[in-house]
Structures are given as structure tokens and as C-alpha cells.
Design a binder for this molecule. Structure first.
Ligand SMILES: [Zn+2]
Length: 360
């Protein structure tokens, strides 16, 4: 991460002029062009969130080796889990790849040490996540409160249904326990359903739908080559890739930037409406759809990262320059709002609604 953040990410040279960009140049350039919110999103998702997550995890795992691990580790480990979807190194790498292919014909482009470091970081993070057993960490961490007596501790508790008690699942550490205000294992507030789920999801989804139009109609970037260039929208960017015969990449960007946002908005809308009508139609498939929407959301950021990299790198005045357009802020807002909307939606409400008398 240190290498990735400090060393050159990509360098460009054309007609003897050259430019280098690091991971920080993109957000810095976006900030200078009055796109501060966008700059912050790129900075958080590519640097702050992954770095914080790794440091917190290292701190927690180191703390567990102590004779009596301090209590604050429990809170820190819940942050490790919450940060997971917001650390987007792998999505950024795809954005880097798209940016690279857009530049190869124009100039000589080289991926710097930081690019390789990010690739290695992505593999190592994947290996860390595959080796990490969050349940084992939760069990080893100091408990926030003592478990009520006669209730077995840890995993045994999660596996055994408690007869005669209403049970409740903790959203932070996934412990299943008796209905009580605070989770005995991690100390989070326990709720049977996410708070104000429908209101919040509707609000975020409507905001995302409203921004969807400017996100697709306004230009996201202007690529000027030898003094010529026109602003292009998200869809025109895909067309450009297709025109250059880069079919797999064109399909990938089309899927991530056009299909996924539309699918997310439509799916969440469908789920919300079926909760209101109390529909019993395909509950299992709808729940599966929710998991897909939740997982796939972050991949739409490819275009945002690609634009951030191009803005950072292609600043050669008349010869070649890239200017980000207003559309990219709207597009990024759509991605973030739909991610938040799917995080606010509680799929269990669909099952509750189906159980209500008078449902269809
Ligand atoms: Zn918990």
C-alpha cells in the first residue's frame, strides 16, 4: 500500500512531453477542478478505506496475541467488516486497465511500480479475506457483556435454536441470540429489522433515479487530441471502445456502467413494491437477487476511476488533454446512492410482507 500510494502509477509520453501520475494525482486534479465530492470518493475508495481496513485488521490480530486483549478491539473489528465494500482496489485496477487501453494508440504509456503494487495488494487482500475467519475472531475477542447464564457461548450458541426464546441475529457479528437490546458478543444494538428500512431505501433510490438522467445525458469527459475533441457521455465512451474493436472491454464497461446501475435501480424498486403489496411471488429468487445487487454495486465505479486516472495523466495542453465532465459526478452519486440503498434495504421485509394476511 505504501509503494502503491507513493510510486508512479502510470506514465505517458508523446512528442517528447511526458507526465506521471500517482494514486493521489487523480483526486488532487479533480479537487482542483472544483469536483471535490468526486475527489473525496476516489480518495476514500482507493486509499483511505483499503489502508484503514488493513491497519485495523493488523491491529486487531496483533491485539489478539496479547494475554488479555483490550476491549476496544471489538469495535475496531466491526469497522473492518463495515469497510469491506468501500475498499475498491480491484475495481480501480480495472479502471486503470480501461484508461491504459484508451491511451495506447495515442502515446507510449507505461504502467509504473504502483500499478504492479496494487495488483499484488489486490491478490494479498483476497488471500487475507479467504484465510480470515471472522467468526473465529469474534469468538476470540473480549465480550462486550457477559452472556446470560445457562446460555452456551460462541458458536454453539449460534448453531442451537433457543427453545422458548424469541431469537435475533446480530448484523455486525452474525451471532444468533435471545432477543435483547445489545449483542452480547460485539455490543452492537440488536434490531429485528433494519431501522426505517423502507423509508430510507425509497429516499435513496428516488435520489439515484433522479440523478440517473444527468449521469447518462451529461458528458463525463472530453478527450482533446491535437486540439480536437468532443465531450462524450458514458454510452459514447462504450461506443468508442467498440469502434476501436476492443469488444471484451466494451462489453465489460457496458455491463458495469449501463447494465448494473439500471438493474440495481429496477431490482430495488421491484423489491420495495413487492414489500408494499405483500407479494408471495418468487421470494427465494428475490432474496437471491438482493444478494447479487449488494455484491455487484461497486463494480460500476470502473468508469469513475478511469476518468480520474485520465484526468491525472493526460494534461499535455494542445497535444492531448482530458477534462472531466459534470456527468461523472452525477454518475458516481448514482453508484454510491444505490449502494447505500441496497445497504438500507432489509430483504427479510419481503418475507414478513408475504406472511401478512391479505397478501397476493
Ligand atoms: Zn454482534
Amino acid at each position: 500500500m505504501v509503494v502503491a500510494a507513493t510510486q508512479p502509477l502510470m506514465s505517458l509520453s508523446v512528442y517528447g512531453m511526458g507526465r506521471q501520475a500517482t494514486l493521489l494525482t487523480g483526486p488532487a486534479q479533480l479537487g482542483q477542478r472544483n469536483m471535490l465530492p468526486l475527489a473525496l470518493v476516489v480518495l476514500v475508495t482507493t486509499l483511505v478505506a483499503p489502508l484503514t481496513r488493513l491497519l485495523l485488521l493488523a491491529w486487531v490480530l496483533a491485539g489478539l496475541r496479547l494475554k488479555s486483549p483490550p476491549r476496544h478491539l471489538t469495535v475496531l473489528f466491526s469497522w473492518v467488516e463495515w469497510l469491506r465494500p468501500w475498499a475498491m482496489i480491484e475495481v480501480f485496477l480495472l479502471g486503470l486497465f480501461v484508461a491504459y487501453t484508451k491511451l495506447v494508440d495515442l502515446a507510449s504509456v507505461q504502467v509504473g511500480i504502483a500499478g504492479y503494487a496494487l495488483g499484488a495488494l489486490m491478490l494479498i487482500t483476497a488471500a487475507v479475506d479467504a484465510s480470515l475467519d471472522p467468526q473465529a475472531v469474534w469468538d476470540a475477542l473480549p465480550r462486550r457483556r457477559e452472556l446470560p447464564h445457562n446460555v452456551p457461548a460462541g458458536r454453539a450458541l449460534a448453531a442451537t435454536p433457543l427453545s422458548g426464546h424469541r431469537t435475533i441475529g446480530c448484523r455486525t457479528c452474525h451471532l444468533v441470540t435471545t432477543d435483547q437490546p445489545l449483542c452480547p458478543r460485539c455490543g452492537s444494538r440488536l434490531r429485528a429489522r433494519k431501522r426505517d428500512s423502507l423509508t430510507r431505501t425509497w429516499a435513496l433510490l428516488l435520489a439515484a433515479t433522479a440523478l440517473y438522467l444527468p449521469a447518462n445525458l451529461l458528458p463525463v469527459l472530453t478527450f482533446v487530441k491535437l486540439g480536437q475533441g468532443q465531450p462524450s457521455t458514458i454510452l459514447e465512451g462504450v461506443e468508442e471502445l467498440a469502434a476501436a474493436q476492443m469488444w471484451p472491454l466494451a462489453l465489460l464497461v457496458f455491463f458495469a456502467s449501463i447494465t448494473v446501475p439500471v438493474m440495481k435501480i429496477l431490482s430495488l424498486g421491484l423489491m420495495l413494491i413487492t414489500v408494499h403489496t405483500g407479494s408471495r411471488w418468487r421470494l427465494r429468487e428475490r432474496t437471491r437477487l438482493y444478494r447479487i445487487v449488494e455484491f455487484i454495486g461497486r463494480w460500476s465505479m470502473i468508469d469513475v476511476f478511469m476518468i480520474s486516472i485520465l484526468t491525472a495523466l493526460v494534461r499535455l495542453g494542445f497535444v492531448a488533454s482530458v477534462y472531466p465532465g459534470r456527468g461523472v459526478t452525477a454518475f458516481c452519486a448514482v453508484v454510491i446512492l444505490t449502494m447505500l440503498a441496497s445497504a438500507c434495504f432489509d430483504p427479510r421485509l419481503m418475507w414478513d410482507a408475504a406472511r401478512r394476511p391479505g397478501g397476493e
